[in-house]
Design a protein around this ligand. Sequence first.
Ligand code: SAH
Ligand code: SF4
Ligand code: F3S
Length: 442
Amino acid sequence: MPQTFEKTFFLETFGCQMNVHDSEKVIGTLIAQGYRQVENVEEAGLVLFNTCSIRDKAEQKVFHRLNDFKKLKKQGKRFGVLGCVAQQEGEKIFERAPYVSLVAGSASYRNLPQMLVQLEAGNSRVTGLDDRQTDETFETEFTARSNPHRGYITIIEGCDKFCSYCIVPYTRGKERSRSSDSVLSEAHRMAEAGYTEIQLLGQNVNSYLDPSGRKSFAQLLAAVGEAPGIHRVRFTTSHPRDFTRDIVEAIDSLPTLCDHVHLPVQSGSSKTLRAMMRLYTREEYLERIRWIKEARRPISITTDIIVGFPGETNSDFEETITLLDEVGYDGVFAFKYSPRPHTPALSMIDSIGDEEKSKRLAIVLERQREIQRTSYCRHVGSIIEVMVEGKNEARGQWIGRTSQNKTLNFTAAAEKSPQIGSYHPIRVTASFPNSLVGEIVA
Ligand code: SAH
Ligand code: SF4
Ligand code: F3S
C-alpha cells in the first residue's frame, strides 16, 4: 500500500513575476484537483517550492529551504520542486534531496493533474521535465489570482534570445505565444470579475508573435487597454531588440496604457553588449529611448544592469554610468554577474573578482540614487492619480501606485478613507529617491 498524504499544500514562490503568476495557475490547478492551500509547512501534506535559478544565490536559497524542512519528510509529507531550478537540475535533485518526490519545470505544468495522480499513487520520483520544445502554453480556467484588483496574464512563454549569461532559455524552453483571442477573452473575463489593472507578462513580452497572425504586440496591448472596465495596462519585460515604435504610439494614444516601459539594457558598452549577445548596440538602445522620450506623454523608463560581466573593463563600466546619466532612469535593478550552468559565458573567464563586482554595483546604485533624487523631485506640486494598494498603519499613510509605477504614499482624512483597489488624485508634497509623498485631493 502506498503511504497516503493529506491533500493540503503549501507553496512558496521565488523569482520573477512569471513565476508568481505560474504559482497562481498551479494553485488553481491543485484546488481543482481537490487540494486545499494552507499557510504553513507544518499543516501541509504536500510542500512545493516554485524556484528561480537566475543567479547562483537564488538557486542556493532553494536548497537551503529544502534542507530546513528535510526532517518533515518523516511525518509523511511530500516535497516538490517546480520552476527554473527544477528544470535546470532535473533528476539530480532526487540525489541531492532524496526526500523530494516531484520535480517539474514550467513547460510541463499542463500535465500537473497527471503528475498529482502519480504522486498520490505513491510514486516517489515524479517528473515533468521533457516539454521544453513544446509549442503549447499553460492556459487554465482555474487561475487563483492573489489580488482582486490587479492581475497578470502571460502572453508569451520561454525565450529564444540566448543572451550569453542567462539560464532562462534552458529553464523555460522555447518561445511560444498565446493566441490574441485567448489573451483577450481572459482580459475580458478579468474585467467582468472586477479587475481594473492587467499586466501582460513574458520574458520578452514584445517578442509576442500571435499564432493566429491577427495582432502585433502593440495591437494586442491596445486591445487589452480597450476592454471595458480596464483602467490600467502594464507589460513586462521588453527586449530592446524587439521594441518597436508602434508600442510608444499605442501608449501615446490610449490613456489606459500605463506611462512606463521597463527596458533592460544590461550594459552601456557596445563591446560588452556584444559579448553578452544582446543583439543591440548602445546607439540602437538609445534610439529606442529617444522614441520613448519623444512621446507626448511622460513615459517613465526603468532598466536592469549587470556589472562585472567577463571582460568588462573600467572603461566599459564607465560607459554604463554615462548611460545612466544620459537616459535618466526612474528605476534600476542592478546585479553582479553570476556564472550559470549551460550558458556560453560560463566558458569565459569570470575575470572580475567579487570585491570589484560589489564596488561597481555600489557605484551604479549610488549614481542612480542621485539621478532619482533629482527626477522624483519634479513631481512635487503636481496632482497624480494612484491606485490604492494598502495602508502603512504605523505611519498612518496609504500606499498608492502611479501610472508610471512609482510608489506615492499619501494621507487622507479618516472619514475619507479610500478603498484598496480604488483610484484617487493625489497632490504630491514631497519626494524621496524611491517614493513620493502626498495628500488626497478632496
Ligand atoms: N528577459 C529579460 C530579463 C530576464 S532576467 C531581459 O532580457 O531583459 C532578469 C534580469 O536578471 C536580467 O535583466 C539581468 O539583468 C539579470 N540576470 C540574468 N542573468 C544573470 C546572471 N547570470 N547574472 C546576473 N544577473 C543576471
Ligand atoms: Fe535571459 Fe536574454 Fe532571454 Fe532575457 S532575453 S530571458 S536575459 S536570454
Ligand atoms: Fe528566475 Fe526563472 Fe524567472 S530563473 S527570474 S524564475 S524565469
